[in-house]
Design a protein around this ligand. Sequence first.
Ligand SMILES: CC(C)(COP(=O)(O)OP(=O)(O)OC[C@H]1O[C@@H](n2cnc3c(N)ncnc32)[C@H](O)[C@@H]1OP(=O)(O)O)[C@@H](O)C(=O)NCCC(=O)NCCS
Length: 171
Amino acid sequence: MNPKTPAASKTVLTDLVLPSDTNPLGNLFGGELLSRMDRAACIAAERHAGNVVVTASVNHVHFSKPVPLGSVLTLEAKVSRSFSTSIEVFIDVWIEPRGSSELREKANEAIYTFVAVDGKGKPTAVPPVQPETDLEKARYDAALRRRQLSLILAKKLLPEDATELRALFDH
Ligand SMILES: CC(C)(COP(=O)(O)OP(=O)(O)OC[C@H]1O[C@@H](n2cnc3c(N)ncnc32)[C@H](O)[C@@H]1OP(=O)(O)O)[C@@H](O)C(=O)NCCC(=O)NCCS
């Protein structure tokens, strides 16, 4: 299969934070953000795979800033790396007050893993990723370690076989 760039899968979702999306403190409810990120990331993964994908794991979520009611929320999802049938997607989240796009700031980021499946739910092959920018290359390189950690936690990989992950702690 021919490689695809992260840019080819880029998916941007922009929407408002409404009262029904918030917690009692008047900020975006975490589960609502997880759902929006899953949708954006799923579309990016399917653009890369050219196939249906299912969410296999949520590898990392960092809620670094609360998102106030009325904010304009923008999610940008891009594939960072693929393996045989699995695809890692990075989601960067920005907020801006309504009518003030110059005040846009990064609020969150997350990493999801999807698996491409056929009509019977069987994992199916996906194209490799060709990173272009420095950030895409850094995310591509680190994806192998994140995959190993995720597979250890899912009891699908023995810690002693996670060579690249173990190398981080051997210095
Ligand atoms: C995800 C799923 C397709 C994996 O199927 P499986 O039969 O366990 O397949 P395998 O163990 O052969 O793994 C297939 C791929 O998934 C990856 N994978 C499986 N579990 C993973 C995890 N926890 N983290 C990261 N990758 C994972 C494997 O590494 C493999 O990737 P590769 O082919 O690129 O090497 C299957 O578990 C499934 O359908 N889960 C339910 C998905 C779902 O319903 N999601 C929505 C939840 S609400």
